[in-house]
Design a protein around this ligand. Sequence first.
Ligand code: AMP
Length: 440
Amino acid sequence: MPCRKPKTICLMSNPFRNITGTFDVLPDPQSSGGDAIAGSRAWQELEAVIRRVMHRYGAREIRTPILEPTELIARGVGQLTDIVSKEMFAFERGDTHYVLRPEVTAPVMRAYLQHNLEQLGGVQRLFYIGPCFRAERPQKGRYRQFHQFGAEFIGADDPRADAETVLMAIDIYRELGLTDFTVRINSIGDAASRPRYREALVEFLTPLADQLSDISRQRLESNPMRILDTKSEKERALLLGAPIITDYIDDESRAHYEAVKAHLTAVGVDIEEDPFLVRGLDYYTRTAFEIDSPVLGAQSTLAGGGRYDLLAEDVGSKKPVPAVGFAAGMERLFLALSAAGTTLPEYEAPDIFVVALGDAAAEWTFSAVHDWRSSGIRAVYDLKGRSMKAQMREANRQQAPKVIIVGDAELEAGHVAVKDMESGEQVMVPLDQIKACILD
Ligand code: AMP
């Protein structure tokens, strides 16, 4: 829309805005296009909870680059997936093809193989937190830059590992106070059993093809199992009589699936078996699971995961490496927390605010706060040399519990006033006792 404001104002306003589907995390929470965006303090808190729970499970953090070779994602995630076929932010420079990572599992597997982490022995329990990028149509809960946390247990074929990845995600949600979610689980068998199911599904759906959407009709040719993911009520009704994958899986996958369910049930997790849960990524084998929040509306999946025993070979390993993991969206978690009325701390007030009046007081304040800060005290003061009233207003805005009021005359007399902002009580404190008074 053309700018109708007078030119001078237009020039002063910033012509640049963030890319649609991305957002700035400001120190304070904000609302952007109807979405409540948490402030940076809440993000830090969320990250702290994630790290704390991950460490309880013995998982250690891995940080991989945001830029990855396009081929890694194409091979790892799979050419026929939506992510690779439509949603990658990919570009070339010279002979190199780069992609902004759309997910982190393939990069973590790349790093595991590249650095030969297998030589450390046992199972590598890795976790990550960071941004991902997908060229999706932005909407509530679906962005172009979003953040995922997740864990990967690499080298683990034990069904307890599958169960632990589900538990990790649940523990993080519970630790944050989110209790209303459902865990859906399925087994999609191994590479040998899946073609049998695929064939049965195609046989079932082919006579119904004219009732399918265009996209599902295309998928019938390219990736028929993805049709099971459909959100269309009409297609869901058609699928009611479809063959069920767990009737086709091999005996080992079945035993594995039973064990995963038994482990989860043993520790009191309510699971819902969903025979149509297939996940959109090609690398999954056996276990697939999703955790949904009923308060999220259309984008209801908080986390998804499963076993991906084929991924290592897809990205260049000479031998199979069993692995299982999950990925969870952080923006959706914030949406679910806010819908559930659970809030994370959004602000941390300073311990002390200094109202300084006069040049000598300002000088003294500069050195004094430096000293206090080195003792761990969060101390702030006004940098604009404003009036006492304006400085007190600022101290109030920052919710400082105590305010020191110092003028040149007080300094000369060797004391300052300390005001308790809650009670309004004010006492004179000798200069050499201020630190103790703040820490009190
Ligand atoms: P996926 O890697 O597609 O299994 O996604 C794992 C989780 O990441 C999802 O359950 C969502 O919570 C989150 N997620 C995936 N794509 C997006 C997106 N475009 N915007 C926001 N969150 C997303």
